[in-house]
Write a protein that binds this ligand. Structure first.
Ligand code: ZN
Length: 377
């Protein structure tokens, strides 16, 4: 069975909350940060409802889960205090991960800031050598990065170079992020096999431990790292489905980190439940026959207007790439129709037509997500 889930919250009742939230989306895996990703404040693991969470996971049929290290960790930094904090905090995060019994902690390798990539790779390897020596059991999954700023991990060569410099690298694995590799220039849309062969040659497919499943708001090679909901970006549903079903990948945990959608930021909702059901091919069991009928109606409605999902999505992103288009964010975007993203515009069209008067915004957006996947056409 495929393992598909999303990032979920570990706050309040820790693992119990996380498992409950994952269950609401119909997940078969999930990912947590063991505390706020932007600071080092952590509560003792004993207060995180680990046993209760594990019990609920067993009831839900959730086995393997993943921990993500916080972004404040930068093993690539030349600054002594930043580097020291990164090493020490990564060690304590690994201990916390081991306490839960999780096998892989995902780590952004690091950024070289004012130095160069050669320096960054050397520094990261130095940090990893120390961390691996002082910890046990948990693997560190180096994440493939998009290549924005000075971050290391934008190419398979860089990941291989780090591993080469780490003495006992048996506990180094890789987290492949679909948005990041696409943004870094790898053509997973038209040549997934070729990309994975390249990965195998340089790093080794056996190192792959986690897949982050995100669509991208930017064209291949943009080096940006802006996640889009599945089907609402440049990668598209078909290519994402091919990733999930690939024989070299299908045994891995797939984790969605897709943005929440809603007119009002405070009321925006995740698309995870629809994304998981669509990629896992469990839509009818999960949502029932009426969902399929609704999506067929939606497909018919758009077909009559000659709106093709893929062309529409790519067309809007192209338009938004225009001069100063990216500068507008948050509230201003809601007021300015020209700045609205593909899913937001599609929702506007559906709402204006009064197609689903009884459905919530979230329910309509789930059906738009299904339409991206070709359901009902
Ligand atoms: Zn990440």
């Amino acid at each position: 069975m495929l393992k598909i889930g999303s990032h979920v919250s570990f706050s309040d009742k820790g693992l119990l909350n996380a498992a409950r939230e994952a269950g609401e989306y119909g997940s078969s895996t999930f990912m947590i940060y063991t505390g706020a990703p932007q600071n080092t404040k952590r509560k003792p693991m004993e207060s995180h409802y680990i046993d209760e969470g594990k019990q609920l996971m067993a009831e839900l049929g959730i086995g393997e889960i993943v921990v993500h290290a916080p972004y404040i960790i930068n093993l690539g930094s030349y600054k002594e205090d930043t580097f020291r904090l990164a090493v020490d905090f990564l060690q304590s995060e690994i201990d916390r991960t081991a306490y839960i019994g999780v096998k892989n902690i995902v780590l952004h390798p690091g950024a070289y800031t004012d130095k160069d990539s050669e320096y960054g790779i050397q520094r990261i390897a130095e940090g990893l050598n120390e961390v691996l020596k002082n910890t046990k059991d948990v693997n560190i999954a180096l994440e493939t990065m998009a290549g924005k700023g000075s971050e290391i991990g934008r190419s398979f060569e860089e990941l291989a170079a780090i591993m080469d410099k780490v003495e006992h690298n048996e506990r180094l694995t890789v987290c492949l992020d679909t948005c990041h590799v696409h943004d870094a220039g790898y053509d997973i849309v038209n040549d997934l096999d070729g990309v994975l062969q390249q990965f195998d040659r340089l790093v080794g497919l056996k190192r792959l431990a986690v897949v982050h499943l995100n669509d991208s708001k930017n064209p291949r090679g943009a080096g940006k790292d802006r996640h889009a909901p599945v089907g609402a970006g440049f990668i598209g549903f078909q290519a994402m489905q091919a990733v999930v079903q690939h024989e070299s990948l299908r045994h891995l945990p797939f984790i969605l980190e897709t943005p929440w959608i809603g007119r009002d930021d405070a009321k925006s909702r995740p698309m995870y439940e629809a994304e998981i059901a669509l990629l896992g091919e469990t839509v009818e069991q999960r949502f029932g026959a009426s969902f399929l009928e609704d999506t067929a109606r939606l497909a018919h409605f758009f077909k009559k207007q000659e709106v093709d999902p893929r062309q529409y999505v790519l067309g809007v992103w192209d338009e938004l790439k225009g001069p100063d288009a990216q500068a507008t964010k948050g509230k201003a975007k809601d007021k300015n129709k020209d700045k609205r993203e593909p899913m937001e515009r599609l929702f506007d069209i559906v709402e204006e037509a009064g197609l689903f008067a009884d459905l919530t915004e979230e329910q309509i957006n789930h059906r738009i997500t299904a339409w991206f996947a070709g359901v009902g056409s």
